[in-house]
Design a protein around this ligand. Structure first.
Ligand code: MG
Length: 161
């Protein structure tokens, strides 16, 4: 068994007409997050958790910010690539648990869609993925609604005896 954790935070890209992209799901009511890719802080936290568990560094090592190949890329594609990497090392994804911290918009109606989207990218059944959302109780930049943060923990099973 190998455990890894991930954390990411992105600020909102005010004035962006496109809806917030979180967990691979378009969520109305807030703009997209800043970032070289689609700014999906939730998926970036999951990617770092997987890479951490596999001892493979972090997202910036695999997808350098500024590389034109990743400009505006759908982060689900990045997660699929990292999942393939993890599998190629002989690991299997056992489960992933995620907490999103956001003051806006209301995420609860989209939680199950996010769970299903993450599970699909990981190639696991949805019951092995859990997504939780909370607020920052009005504290700091996240509490002011300027940014969204996400934390993730991933457990990998070692298939190699
Ligand atoms: Mg990020």
């Amino acid at each position: 068994m190998r455990v890894g954790h991930g954390y990411d935070v992105h600020r909102f890209r005010e004035g962006d007409e496109r809806p917030l992209r979180l967990g691979g799901v378009d969520v109305p009511g807030a703009p997209r997050l800043e970032g070289h890719s689609d700014g999906d802080a939730l998926l970036h936290a999951v990617i770092d958790a997987l890479l951490g568990a596999a001892g493979e560094g972090d997202i910036g090592r695999h997808f350098p910010p500024g590389d034109p190949e990743y400009h505006d890329i759908d982060s689900r594609e990045l997660l699929r690539r990292v999942t393939r990497l993890v599998l190629s090392h002989g690991f299997r994804v056992r489960n992933v648990d995620i907490t999103v911290i956001a003051e806006r918009p209301r995420l609860q109606p989209h939680i199950l869609a996010m769970r299903d989207s993450v599970a699909l990218a990981l190639g696991v059944e949805p019951r092995f993925v859990n997504v939780k959302a909370t607020t920052n109780e009005g504290l700091g930049a996240i509490g002011a609604g300027d940014a969204v943060a996400a934390l993730a923990v991933a457990l990998l099973t070692d298939e190699i005896p």
